[in-house]
Design a binder for this molecule. Sequence first.
Ligand SMILES: [Zn+2]
Length: 61
Amino acid sequence: MKKLACKLCKILVTGDTCPLCKGAQFVPNWKGRIIVLNHKESRVADKMGLEADGEFAIKVV
Ligand SMILES: [Zn+2]
């Protein structure tokens, strides 16, 4: 099953609600993937404004 990306947080999820914003607005079309293990020390996470650990889409369409 393909993962969906949260429209707001860009986190990739397989469930019905986003674990971060508790929203349910998902986009099936996303590009690229980044896995953040330690968002506080990750420069990429900082650059992208990611405030949690997890798997994120780099770009949502
Ligand atoms: Zn979200």
